[in-house]
Design a protein around this ligand. Sequence first.
Ligand SMILES: CC(C)(COP(=O)(O)OP(=O)(O)OC[C@H]1O[C@@H](n2cnc3c(N)ncnc32)[C@H](O)[C@@H]1OP(=O)(O)O)[C@@H](O)C(=O)NCCC(=O)NCCS
Length: 164
Amino acid sequence: MIFSLEAPSTEYKESYVDAVRAFKKEGLWWYADVSPEQLDKNFEAFVDELNARKGVTTLWAIVDGKYAGRIDLRHELTPALRIVGGHIGYDTVPAYRGKGLASGMLRKILPLAKTIGLIEVLLTCDDNNRASIQVIEKNGGVLKETKKIAEDKPLKRYYWIPLN
Ligand SMILES: CC(C)(COP(=O)(O)OP(=O)(O)OC[C@H]1O[C@@H](n2cnc3c(N)ncnc32)[C@H](O)[C@@H]1OP(=O)(O)O)[C@@H](O)C(=O)NCCC(=O)NCCS
């Protein structure tokens, strides 16, 4: 699928707010506290804040003028990110899944990770998230560890991608 990877912009407000509604509907926990109504009211401030964050680069995948996915590159690991999150996180809007978007977003952001001085990146992923496992392994991810981080959660996989 043809897409561009762009800095967040108010241009994509409508499709972004729709995407958040879809993510909440499927129960993605990292959107649990996000309110589509608040976003709709304060979108410009939201976008400004995303673009101003230090230590994280957020890029949006745009398909035919609409928001289709997001990828975050965290420049440094914290103890918490070493357990859940790693350097890179992403999601694809449900309607655009299974078309290579997340694989393409990850492929495109790896050179940026190298540019900021990283020599390898950590990606964490649930052991039952087949799609994300595929995305990471297709991009050269090497599984270094699988461990239980909570009794009621799936095992967590820890992948490293060397940046050659
Ligand atoms: C994981 C996710 C980002 C994948 O996005 P996507 O744009 O559909 O990914 P791609 O189209 O690049 O697909 C990657 C691979 O996963 C496979 N795949 C897609 N959905 C799948 C599913 N439900 N079960 C098994 N494999 C699946 C695809 O076939 C593809 O493999 P292939 O290229 O060998 O055919 C998306 O499902 C998502 O947003 N999930 C919720 C958020 C999330 O889990 N984020 C990652 C946290 S680690």
